[in-house]
Ligand binder design. Structure first.
Ligand code: SF4
Ligand code: SF4
Ligand SMILES: [Zn+2]
Length: 274
């Protein structure tokens, strides 16, 4: 298998994966969305709330706020030695909020939460949590834990993770009269016309929608869109909880462990049969 990084920044990664198959790439996608852990608020103790929002609504909003995650320092609650319902310093982070509207109506932002660990804080300080009218107060303690997307979407470390086949576009020169219909209709501006020829200018942007082949007036069509069977473009966008490459590395580690577990089970079964 060959993996090439096509694009990478603080929140996105785009990979070209060659010599792989759909079950493998899809397993990676599913692990990214449901098995790679991240931090999220799991419990909230409301000490004072004189706002118009119910405690439950505030707790829900806090739960969906992405938190920077430190996988080295913290354990998943089910794997922590404390075995405590309330958690311990190795499986829980406390964030406190003490907000009041003294002057007039104001917005409470995520940046007002004070975390006991400066490495586990909201990914942005500008997430609006709620509004307080004059003299209203909100005081609470929120407890964040590691969790997995398969249990609640708030623990998904990604806002998007998807893959598609690597596109293959062929323009048959002898049938193409360069009418430009395909260029006009393409929603991703993949094609362009230069010197009475149709040229593919951004192959990776193609979403294989076939609008260009449907628009081509030639019979049979002068443009053919297909894909390479064993090549994929894999794309993910992090919520900011973990870096995109960290998410990929964790996903690969988890897949490897799952496969080792499966191998172990097959061996046990075989030895039982013998
Ligand atoms: S298949 Fe769709 S996206 Fe790809 S080149 Fe044709 S019209 Fe554009
Ligand atoms: S629509 Fe068909 S004939 Fe017209 S430019 Fe595109 S490929 Fe050529
Ligand atoms: Zn613990």
């Amino acid at each position: 298998m060959e993996v090439k990084v096509l694009e990478k920044n603080d929140t996105n990664i785009r990979l070209l994966i060659r010599d792989a198959d759909v079950p493998f790439v899809n397993a990676l996608r599913r692990i990214v969305t449901s098995e790679v852990p991240s931090m999220a608020v799991e419990e909230v103790v409301v000490i004072e709330n004189s706002s118009v929002l119910q405690d439950e609504v505030i707790a829900h909003r806090l739960g969906l706020m992405p938190l920077k995650t430190d996988l080295k320092t913290y354990n998943l609650p089910e794997e922590c030695e404390c075995k405590s319902e309330f958690g311990c310093a190795q499986c829980r982070v406390t964030l406190t909020l003490d907000a009041e509207a003294k002057e007039g109506t104001r917005t409470v932002y995520s940046g007002e939460l004070v975390s006991e660990n400066p490495d586990v804080v909201p990914v942005s300080s500008k997430i609006p949590l709620m509004k307080l009218a004059k003299e209203q107060k909100l005081k609470l303690e929120a407890y964040a834990r590691l969790g997995k997307g398969k249990n609640h979407a708030k623990w998904q470390p990604v806002s998007m993770c998807a893959y598609k086949y690597y596109p293959k576009i062929t323009v048959v020169a002898k049938r193409c009269d360069a009418c430009g219909e395909c260029v006009e209709v393409c929603p991703r501006k993949v094609l362009t016309r230069t010197e009475n020829k149709i040229v593919v200018k951004d192959l990776l942007a193609c979403i294989l929608c076939q609008d260009c082949t449907n628009a081509c007036p030639q019979k049979p069509t002068a443009i053919e869109v297909g894909w390479e069977e064993n090549s994929f473009i894999f794309n993910l966008e992090s919520t900011g909880a973990l870096s995109p490459d960290k998410i990929m590395i964790e996903a690969v580690k988890i897949l490897e462990n799952q496969l080792k577990g499966l191998e172990g089970q097959i061996k046990v079964k075989k030895s039982e049969e013998n």
